[in-house]
Design a protein around this ligand. Structure first.
Ligand code: MG
Ligand code: MG
Length: 260
């Protein structure tokens, strides 16, 4: 989507709504809650605001009927597109990625974060570092998303953040255009060369989403047809924001209330 001036307020409102819901949802993450219960809350809050959970029924070539839930919830070695399940109760020391989308007056937002379940002290320090580096990679990607730069500059900035960390970028997955549909052009790889790819122009609405593991990068799709997991059982982190590039600034539309 290339936003026009009359789209900007609607995009900002859509992003504020998603940021607030995602933060509220992360606040519900605790020992014993199931991933399906979290999904039910997310859908309820989106609908209470008069908006649509746009991942529900979304089907980019997957099983018939599309994704059955509002929120993709991926735990530990699940990487993305995790299917919420009643029998998947969270344990202290797990990490959970919440990836949520909504459509507000036709403006589509996409955002994700990964958080520890319970006390962070129960999570391996290397895994906490993976979360911190991935959140930082997202910030570096956002900083590189400026009018006149290229998509490859974002990819490169994200890749650079992981240099020397020992973590693996999941190269099969990446960011994308968004705003009018869940997935639009261009694909935004989380690795690449500066000065390559499409030029970044005013009005672009982009979802940036670094995804990395504390092991190898190879992923497979589980028998449910949706859930990506790591092949080696390593754990994964995923942070995502939808941004709007304007002539003189880049706006993080899905910024959460507690984020700076
Ligand atoms: Mg997402
Ligand atoms: Mg996305």
């Amino acid at each position: 989507m290339i936003a026009q001036p009359h789209d900007i307020e609607g995009l900002k409102e859509a992003g504020r709504r998603l940021g607030a819901i995602l933060e509220r949802l992360a606040g519900e993450v605790r020992f014993g809650i199931s991933t399906l219960e979290l999904d039910t809350l997310a859908e309820q809050w989106i609908r209470e605001g008069g908006d649509e959970p746009c991942f529900k029924g979304y089907n980019p070539g997957g099983p018939a009927g599309g994704f059955p839930n509002a929120c993709c919830i991926s735990v530990n070695d699940e990487v993305v597109h995790g299917l919420p399940r009643a029998e998947r109760a969270l344990k202290e020391g797990d990490i959970i990625s919440l990836d949520l989308g909504l459509s507000h007056k036709g403006y589509v937002m996409d955002s994700a974060l990964t958080v520890p379940v319970g006390s962070p002290a129960k999570v391996q320090s290397k895994v906490l570092e993976l979360l911190a580096v991935t959140e930082n990679a997202l910030a570096e990607g956002v900083a590189a998303a400026k009018v006149g730069s290229r998509i490859g500059d974002i990819s490169h900035a994200i890749e650079e953040t992981y240099k020397g960390t020992g973590f693996s970028i999941v190269k099969a997955l990446g960011g994308h255009g968004v705003g009018a549909e869940v997935h639009e052009e261009p694909f935004i790889a989380n690795f690449g060369h500066e000065g390559t790819g499409p030029e970044i122009v005013p009005g672009m609405v982009l979802a940036l989403e670094p995804i990395a593991t504390n092991g190898k990068a190879s992923v497979l799709v589980a028998p449910d047809g949706f859930t990506y997991r790591t092949r080696d059982g390593s754990w994964a982190a995923h942070f995502e924001h939808t941004i709007l590039v304007l002539e003189d600034e880049t706006v993080v539309l899905t910024k959460r209330p507690s984020e700076k």
